[in-house]
Design a protein around this ligand. Structure first.
Ligand SMILES: Cc1cc2nc3c(=O)[nH]c(=O)nc-3n(C[C@H](O)[C@H](O)[C@H](O)COP(=O)(O)OP(=O)(O)OC[C@H]3O[C@@H](n4cnc5c(N)ncnc54)[C@H](O)[C@@H]3O)c2cc1C
Length: 336
């Protein structure tokens, strides 16, 4: 039996698990996907990395920046340096002078892999049920694995945490809290083009209206030789309206808008891949103040972390909430 079972190997779950292991705890991380990182996601298309979730890292928190500095991989400091368009960035604070921004030449997912080093992460393990017993919590996964521990951490998008807590009466207050925040969807299209990567100076374009929230010139983060690649992210409201659309309709709509923004060349990608993030981002400033930790009658503890549990939002919030929760678990309740 582990001391703590953590659900989710995104930045929040990994930050939490890593800090607990360093505090001497025995931790198991269960992750439904084939790899770690969650929304801090990078694909490889013909060997070239593409960030199809979070596009770059930004923050001011010393611990978050120290974790980024610990990654042994080629950096693209300051990315995006050349930004155009009249639209509002998803995280305007990313462009404050005091904020550090960067990308990794191999994709943002190298941060997640770095945080996962030395952790016991069980991939392809989707937790489907949680049961409370005297002093312990047992989780059951779709591959038949069962894990029992005195402390359970949920480090998932709030909607997925809420679904797992459904029907557990002792956790009704936690569910109610989760119901106060919402994660919006995001349709994302990767578009690759023939020809040299010199048709676009901007590294990110934020259009003022329409379906597109942003166009990321993803290949501008990659070392030469590279194939010109864009990542098109749709606005939350557009993504919600088109959530059930076939991917080819989404590709056609977003590529047509990208071409209006960038020029006729952008209308003819040689390869496209659509990805629907059902839970992508929260409203700016809508996060809760801190991670949640409750001791249940009988002694078991449930902690909840994730980007929703820190007001700065995004990847930095996910990381910070995981670290803060780990400190509270390890310290028996104290926060900092
Ligand atoms: C398109 C897009 C653009 C973004 N842009 C930015 C940006 O510019 N700046 C920024 O700061 N942030 C941005 N974000 C948000 C940022 O990526 C997230 O805030 C952060 O990565 C969330 O980390 P997390 O650990 O809270 O959750 P996640 O990364 O969602 O991690 C949760 C993990 O739990 C796993 N999981 C889910 N259910 C189960 C289950 N039942 N059992 C086991 N495992 C499960 C998932 O597979 C996942 O790996 C963006 C996200 C997207 C999708």
């Amino acid at each position: 039996m582990a001391d703590i079972v953590v659900l989710g190997a995104g930045l929040s779950g990994l930050a939490c698990a890593g800090a607990l292991v360093r505090a001497g705890r025995d931790v198991v991380v269960l992750e439904k996907a084939r790899g770690v990182g969650g929304r801090c996601a990078t694909r490889r298309i013909e060997g070239q990395a593409v960030d199809h979730g979070l596009g770059f890292l930004h923050g001011t928190d010393p611990e978050f920046l120290a974790a980024i500095d610990g990654v042994r991989a080629l950096r693209v400091p300051g990315w995006p340096r050349v930004v155009s368009g009249q639209g509002t960035p998803c995280h305007p604070a990313a462009f404050d002078p005091a904020t550090r921004r960067l990308a990794f030449a191999d994709g943002v997912n190298v941060l997640a892999k770095h945080l996962a080093q030395g952790l016991d992460v069980r991939l392809k393990t989707k937790v489907t049920a949680i049961e409370l017993a005297e002093g312990a919590v047992t989780v059951t996964a779709d591959n038949g694995e069962r894990h029992t521990a005195p402390t359970l951490v949920l480090a998932l998008p709030v909607e997925q945490s809420a679904a797992l807590l459904d029907g557990i009466e002792a956790l009704a207050p936690a569910r109610a809290l989760l119901g106060t925040v919402r994660t919006h969807p995001c349709w994302t299209v990767i578009a690759r083009y023939d020809g040299p990567d010199d048709a676009l100076d901007a590294e990110i374009v934020y259009p003022a209206g329409g379906a597109l929230q942003l166009v990321a010139h993803d290949s501008s983060k990659r070392p030469h030789p590279r194939v010109r690649t864009l990542v098109l992210q749709a606005r939350p409201s557009w993504s919600a309206r088109h959530l059930a659309d076939p991917p080819e309709h989404v590709v056609a709509a977003l590529v047509a808008e990208a071409s209006e923004q960038l020029g006729p060349w952008a209308a003819a990608p040689v390869l496209t891949v659509a990805h629907r993030w059902r839970y992508a981002r929260m409203d700016r400033g809508a996060g809760l103040a801190a991670p949640y930790l409750v001791a249940l009658p009988g002694g078991a503890r449930i902690g909840i972390a994730g980007e929703a549990f820190d007001p700065v939002g995004g990847a930095e919030a996910a990381f910070r909430s995981g670290r803060r929760l780990a400190r509270r678990i390890a310290g028996g309740g104290t926060d900092e």
